[in-house]
Design a protein around this ligand. Structure first.
Ligand SMILES: NC(=O)c1ccc[n+]([C@@H]2O[C@H](COP(=O)([O-])OP(=O)(O)OC[C@H]3O[C@@H](n4cnc5c(N)ncnc54)[C@H](O)[C@@H]3O)[C@@H](O)[C@H]2O)c1
Length: 461
């Protein structure tokens, strides 16, 4: 649903009455430049040289420390992964602040650090952890569609850091702000995997649940645009809309209620028997049945938990196999015949959580529980299937302009829509772009993560 208020209010009126004037966000266009040039790359960390090279290879002008070229700067990438003492954080201020002053509309600030969880030295952990506070605060200061995000590396993780920095620089991350993504060295993408940057999902078979409308339909469209063959799943009652969507993207419509006991098997069967493999599953289907906790009846509680959470656990058994439960000890696997489920090695599972699962929301104890449960599932499951090169991540949308949010009364909707650093609601496209990026072969170093697509919502910040 469009943001009518913003389109009706002229900038002069907005200034006079003091209401926010959201910037039209720069969104991804296949074949377009990654971001505006020049990009300042500095900081002296272990990824700096590789980042410079890869950004130049992408056709961007890269400037260095102390470069005083006049004019706007498209993006600032500061690699402080080698900083070991809080004193070194001052570099962020001395190097980045002058560039941030010159940041173009829809500019980007990306800071690279080392994951504090991999460090033991107290001063080093302190220094690296401090980056998060600085970046999240900067995200709240930036204006005109600019964002600030942090990439934390485990070990060398060169390829993963480059892929993640590129995501944050690109229009795919238009509504992702103030986020921290950990990139793992042990899951570096195999070389030569993403040969065609315009169709990074070429040859992949992707299943999207809840695809008949809203965010799910947009995920299916973006997956198809990026080259995937899409199996679009929804309830039989949404069959007409589902068929239209499947026709539009030349995919397959599959009428399945995700709560059915055999939903996982049917999904695996549809993908593998007709299209030859199951490479990506997006667990998007979800419902709300809001009620204050004291009035929450069994049906509202049970249905929301079943559709949003238990169905995902059940379907994953058929999709991922016994890794779901007892694959801590990989020696057991040799004795098991039915271990792997329908998804091949190197597969991608992306779940749709919500900021309600992080911050909680009035009237949504059932929904909040289901979405927080999804975050737990992602954490546990990602560790169990890591050895097979399968990644499991979640996106947590904030206020997204859909039929669901259009039903919220105007005043409440305006508050929800504006209470974020970008001062606007996101589009289903923004959620879809992050999910499609997580689904790419080049995102293999990102697993167990929850990326909020919320414009840095103040809720749960
Ligand atoms: N819209 C937002 O602002 C927002 C914010 C945070 C999270 N989310 C999450 O994003 C996802 C999509 O939300 P949306 O706004 O597009 O919702 P929506 O209601 O517009 O679409 C949900 C789709 O899921 C399908 N579905 C529902 N139950 C199903 C079942 N049992 N089996 C198969 N399909 C089923 C519906 O038929 C519908 O097509 C949900 O998981 C939702 O919780 C949405």
């Amino acid at each position: 649903m469009p943001d009518l208020f913003a389109s009706l209010v002229t900038s002069r009126v907005a200034k006079r009455v003091g209401v926010p004037q959201p910037t039209t966000l720069r969104r991804y266009e296949p074949g377009g430049p990654l971001c505006d040039s020049p990009v300042l790359v500095a900081g002296g960390g272990r990824f700096e040289d590789g980042l410079r090279r890869s950004l130049r290879d992408l056709g961007l002008a890269v400037t260095g420390d102390g470069d005083e070229t006049a004019g706007r700067i498209g993006a600032v990438v500061i690699d402080l992964s080698a900083a070991t003492d809080p004193g070194e954080l001052d570099q962020l201020r001395t190097t980045a602040a002058p560039a941030v002053k010159r940041l173009a509309r829809n500019g980007r600030v990306v800071v690279v650090g080392t994951d504090p969880a991999t460090l033991t030295d107290v001063a080093q952990v302190t220094t690296q952890r401090a980056l998060e506070g600085a970046v999240r605060s900067l995200g709240k200061e930036l204006r005109a569609g600019a964002t600030a995000n942090l990439v934390l590396a485990r070990g060398n993780a060169d390829a993963g850091v480059r892929a993640t920095v590129e995501f944050f620089l690109s229009g795919r991350s238009a509504y992702v702000d103030g986020q921290v993504v950990v990139v793992d060295e042990s899951a570096a993408p195999p070389p030569g995997q993403d040969a065609d940057p315009a169709r990074p999902l070429h040859g992949k078979v992707a299943v999207v649940t809840g695809a008949a409308r809203g965010i799910g339909a947009q995920i299916a469209r973006v997956m198809a645009r990026d080259g995937a063959t899409v199996v679009a799943v929804d309830v039989p009652a949404a069959g007409d809309a589902l068929a239209r969507l499947a026709n539009e993207i030349r995919g397959q419509a599959l009428q399945v209620d995700v709560t059915a006991a055999d939903a996982g098997q049917r999904i695996v069967e549809a993908a593998t028997s007709r299209h030859g493999s199951l490479d990506v599953v997006v667990h998007n289907a979800g419902i709300t049945r809001d009620k204050l906790f004291v009035n929450m009846d069994e049906s509202r509680w049970g249905t929301v938990l079943d559709v949003n959470l238990r169905s995902v656990l059940r379907m994953n058994e058929a999709i991922l196999g016994n890794d779901m439960h007892d694959m801590h000890d990989r020696r057991d696997r040799r004795d098991r015949q039915d271990v792997n489920g329908g998804m091949g090695d190197g597969g991608r599972v992306v779940c749709v959580a919500s900021i309600a699962g992080i911050a909680g929301n009035r009237g949504q104890t059932n929904y909040g529980a289901s979405k927080a449960g999804i975050i737990g599932l992602v954490t546990a499951l990602s560790a169990q299937v890591r050895a097979r090169g399968i990644t499991v991540n979640a996106v947590a949308p904030g206020f997204i302009e859909t039929e669901m949010t259009a039903k919220i009364p105007f005043a409440t909707r305006e508050i929800g829509r504006r209470m974020n650093s970008l001062q606007q609601g996101g589009l289903p496209l923004d959620v879809a772009e992050t999910i499609a990026w997580l689904s790419q072969p080049g995102s293999s170093a990102v697993t167990g993560q929850v990326i909020r697509v919320c414009g840095q919502s103040l809720l749960g910040a």
